[in-house]
Design a protein around this ligand. Structure first.
Ligand code: PLP
Ligand code: COI
Length: 341
């Protein structure tokens, strides 16, 4: 479909074909050169480790078209580092940060015509993927890997964009074990989350809410996003070994400090939800999704986290501040943005 036909303001968060993707192969113990492809498919050995033993990881980041027409990519080095950490956690070949960055900037530039305009509220979602392509039948790491980055223009992850929505605690399924892969961005964590996510949706909630798997006492994450709560001029976010270290959360922590808030990273008992004045879920896809309430159906408790159903003042300020930096409307004081000329 030509870009003129895209209805930017009504885009969903989904896949849309673009012109190119960028690939890089790991063979004989080293990464090769970046290659440009226009195929949406990956020919693969049927015994590839990504298919059998979950040697697979991905990342998610975005490119933004500013009012000034410039293209900005947010904190690409952090995604590169997190992918390296995931590779260490799953014995996959680590891609150098510079190569990751080069591939991301290249794929964005090549697909420039798919970057939504500033006013639309849509963005270009960038999806780096790294998979074990070498064949193994015994449970061993592969000796060959493929790194690939594609992009797709997307609208908001949650319906309504920046609006408060309800969440539900799911105790029946665990997303990740305390010493498992929760802190890595591997597909297996998302497979483990599908039933909880479907149950939450079937019950009319926008997202599932996870407690720690061991004791079911502390807050872990909100679907594919980290949790933060606000009270007494303090930004509080969980410390847990089974949640993904969110780059959005890391950025909000800095912005909260810049705004004069105190920051606490610590275990948060579920009952403490009663004391928060505001709360949100944060992530690349979610941005900041303010939380209206969290229902814990099994205990019969409902924690209301906003007044009049509207996003609270600190969530709103953080949201505008973050978006302002991402779109180039506010100064990039922490050097988070890479501008693509
Ligand atoms: N937690 C999970 C499970 C996620 O999938 C994501 C999305 O990437 C996040 C948190 C948020 O991370 P980030 O802000 O780096 O996108
Ligand atoms: C992201 O925020 O980048 C995510 O990974 C969320 C989801 C689409 C997996």
């Amino acid at each position: 479909m030509a870009e003129e036909q895209l209805d930017w303001s009504n885009l969903k968060f989904g896949y849309h074909k673009t012109d190119y993707n960028v690939r890089c192969y790991y063979r004989d113990g080293k990464w090769g050169e970046l290659e440009v492809s226009s195929s949406e498919y990956i020919p693969m050995h049927m015994a590839a480790t990504c298919l059998h033993y979950g040697q697979e990881c991905f990342e998610g980041l975005k490119a933004y078209r500013g009012k000034d027409g410039k293209i900005r990519v947010f904190r690409v080095e952090e995604n590169a580092k997190r992918m390296q950490s995931t590779c260490r956690g799953t014995l996959m070949a680590e891609l150098p940060v510079e190569k990751f960055k080069e591939a991301v900037l290249k794929v964005v530039k090549l697909n420039e015509r798919f970057i939504p305009p500033y006013e639309s509220g849509a963005t270009l979602y960038i999806r780096p993927l790294l998979i074990g392509t070498g064949a193994q039948v015994g449970v061993h790491p592969a000796n060959e890997y493929l790194f690939i980055v594609f992009v797709t223009p997307v609208g908001p992850y949650f319906k309504g964009g920046f609006a408060s929505t309800p969440y539900v605690v799911i105790r029946k399924y665990d997303r990740a074990a305390p010493l498992g892969t929760g802190c890595f961005k591997v597909g297996g964590n998302y497979a483990a989350s599908l039933r909880a996510n479907k149950e939450a949706h079937d019950l009319g909630y926008s997202c599932e809410f996870y407690l720690d798997s061991k004791e079911k006492k502390y807050i872990d994450e909100a679907g594919a996003a980290n949790f933060f709560g606000i009270k007494n001029n303090t930004y509080v976010t969980p410390k847990s070994t089974s949640i993904l270290p969110s780059i959005t959360n890391m950025s909000l922590i800095q912005l909260a400090e810049d705004m004069g808030l105190k920051v606490e990273r610590r275990p948060i008992p579920i009952e403490e939800l009663e004391t928060f004045e505001e709360a949100g879920a944060c992530g690349t896809a979610a941005v900041i999704a303010p939380i209206e309430k969290i229902d814990d159906i099994e205990t019969g408790k409902s924690y209301v986290l906003c007044k009049d159903g509207k996003p609270g003042p600190i969530c709103t300020k953080l949201y505008h501040h973050l978006r302002g930096i991402q779109y180039g409307d506010e100064p990039d004081l922490h050097n988070w943005v890479t501008i693509i000329e």
